[in-house]
Design a protein around this ligand. Structure first.
Ligand code: SF4
Ligand code: SF4
Length: 340
């Protein structure tokens, strides 16, 4: 029986901690979403990382932790932090650009690290390297092989944009040949340096040279996901467009996601990260509610277009009919579909 893609609803009793332990990086990807003005340029020390991890751990909830940067393996104590997080009780993932600094694979083990996710934005260096940097494809795929040889569970994240959507299908044979288990397809949006994985554009915003159109997205991504599943991959991709009659839910209201930055800002919505709209601030190792206008005040606004932040930040991603009703509703950017 062929598998169908299913929407993965937000899970009660589960929390996801996206922890940017530094913002430094050895690469300069064209679509990098890190914004040092908003996110800081500190590198948190191992003690602070441990203290902050304890702040967010709830033993009654399944807690998924993703170590992020910048490039998190630039942190010399990352392996120790992974071990510490596992001891606290987290499911631990590290998202890397593939460089694996400080002998990361030698210093940690699959016993402590549940997933190692590599970013690749093309099935070969011709497509990947103009986006991520010269020589990056070769280094990244080499280190994927090393990680698999050492029995780590490996995933690959591909950020879809106009520059690489036509090559997405070629990722399936590449990942199958490598022996990668999971394939995360992201979608580019407009934040940070030039963009960040969020929403796709309508026909109205075709002048942007990164964002893909709704039609391109719907024509290509679900089909490639299906091909991936048929090849044995577990594929996850953003829902983006809600179906007719499908319920809209904002993760900021119904789920527990924390996006932590080294300057102590804690967001609940990744679309807000370019603004000082964070819900919480960590000060003196305490989680404090930000007393100013925050993202939380926007989450409950009920609009026909679906996601409020998408409407505010990327209004041209929505098309309207002649009576000014949206032709489609945009889902929460954190809502995913999966197929395997
Ligand atoms: S997208 Fe990631 S790997 Fe690329 S420059 Fe930004 S932080 Fe570094
Ligand atoms: S992306 Fe939209 S729907 Fe999702 S948390 Fe942010 S504001 Fe809410």
């Amino acid at each position: 029986m062929k598998s169908e893609a299913k929407t993965v609803g937000f899970k009660k009793g589960e929390r996801n901690i996206f922890f940017h332990i530094l913002t430094a990086c050895n690469l300069q990807c064209r679509h990098c979403y890190i914004n040092k003005q908003q996110h800081g340029n500190q590198t948190l020390d191992a003690k602070t990382i441990s203290d902050w991890l304890n702040l967010f751990y709830d033993p009654l909830k399944k807690s998924n932790l993703i170590f992020l940067g910048g490039e998190p393996t630039l942190h010399q104590d990352l392996a120790q932090c992974v071990m510490g997080a596992k001891e606290i009780g987290y499911n631990v993932t590290v998202d890397t650009n593939g460089y694996l600094f400080h002998d990361f694979l030698e210093k940690t083990s699959p016993e402590f690290l549940d997933y190692l996710s590599f970013s690749l934005d093309g099935p070969d260096s011709e497509i990947n390297d103009p986006i991520r940097g010269e020589g990056v494809f070769a280094v990244c795929t080499e280190n994927i092989k090393k990680a698999l040889n050492k029995k780590f569970k490996v995933g690959v994240i591909y950020t879809v944009s106009k520059r690489n959507i036509d090559h997405l299908h070629r990722m399936v044979p590449l990942l199958s040949d490598l022996g990668v288990e999971r394939f995360f397809i992201q979608v580019i949006g407009l934040r940070g340096e030039s963009a960040k994985p969020t929403m796709v554009s309508s026909a109205a915003s075709q002048n942007n040279d990164w964002q893909v159109s709704k039609q391109q997205w719907l024509d290509i991504v679900p089909e490639v996901a299906k091909q991936g599943a048929e090849a044995g991959l577990h594929v996850t991709y953003p829902k983006v467009f809600l179906d007719e009659g499908e319920k809209f839910e904002c993760a900021g209201v119904v789920a527990e996601n924390y996006f932590i930055f080294p300057n102590g800002r804690v967001y609940q919505c990744p679309l807000c990260e370019d603004y000082a709209l964070h819900t919480y601030t960590i000060a003196d190792n305490k989680l404090e509610v930000n007393p100013n206008l925050t993202e939380k005040m926007l989450f409950t606004l009920n609009i026909e277009e679906g996601c409020v932040m998408n409407k505010l930040l990327q209004p041209d991603t929505i098309e309207y009919d002649s009576s000014n009703r949206p032709l489609h509703r945009i889902s929460c950017c954190l809502l995913k579909k999966e197929i395997f």
